[in-house]
Design a protein around this ligand. Structure first.
Ligand code: SF4
Ligand code: SF4
Length: 213
């Protein structure tokens, strides 16, 4: 699937559908880095975190133009630099718009204008964080994260091997390949479990500066 084939912008959805999506994500608003439920990510093209905090004007233009309302602006209660943009994939992932409107809207270079191809963005890397909970690794045919990935068969593949518990069946395990993972979080959003077994970790582990206002 190419970046152009991802689903339509949420802002084009009927109000009722959009409301339902927002409602479904509302319980995730309190997610914090390291909670085990997911991480907060910077938008596509974000430069290294220290530089980002210096360059970001806190103007909110990236959030304003995001057609999915994926980009939020940090408040005191969000636990990161106030007024800086972030994405919580479990609430609303980045759908990798082909024209990267958030990057184009950024006036300061905090989102690197050299990023032209959404599939080259690296917001983080997906990891199977709860192996014992993943339905596919348990031997059930789930693979929803694999099928949802816009870089299917590159960023996530499915590797199969014998289920030693039954000795007769195969396990089809989703495996993430860091080199091609954009960190969009579509897999995290798609995971059928209440607490996702696959989450996107930021490329740079959060440091104290991540939380400074
Ligand atoms: S690429 Fe599109 S969906 Fe992703 S953060 Fe930017 S505007 Fe939003
Ligand atoms: S975050 Fe998930 S869906 Fe997005 S590219 Fe990586 S593996 Fe694919």
């Amino acid at each position: 699937m190419s970046a152009n084939n991802v689903k339509q912008p949420q802002k084009n959805l009927p109000t009722g559908v959009k409301g339902a999506l927002v409602g479904a994500g509302a319980s995730c608003l309190v997610l914090k880095a390291g909670s085990g439920y997911g991480w907060m990510l910077r938008p596509p093209g974000a430069v290294a975190e220290d530089d980002f905090l210096k360059k970001c004007l806190r103007c909110g233009r990236c959030a304003h133009v995001c057609p999915y309302d994926a980009v939020k602006m940090g408040k005191l209660s969000d636990g990161l630099a106030i007024g800086t943009p972030f994405i919580v994939p479990r609430e609303m992932p980045c759908y990798l718009c082909s024209d990267l409107p958030c990057v184009k809207a950024c006036p300061s270079g905090a989102l690197d204008p050299e990023l032209k191809d959404p599939l080259k963005t690296r917001m983080g890397t997906a990891v199977i964080s709860e192996r014992e909970e993943c339905l596919s690794i348990k031997g059930l045919r789930c693979e929803v994260c694999y099928r949802a990935c816009p870089v299917i068969d590159k960023a996530i593949t499915v590797e199969n091997y014998l289920n030693v518990e039954t000795g007769r069946h195969a396990i089809f395990e989703p495996v993430v390949h860091k080199k091609d993972c954009t960190g969009c979080g579509i897999c995290e959003k798609a995971c059928v479990l209440e607490r996702p077994a696959i989450v996107v970790q930021p490329l740079q582990p959060p440091t104290e500066s991540w939380y400074e206002s």
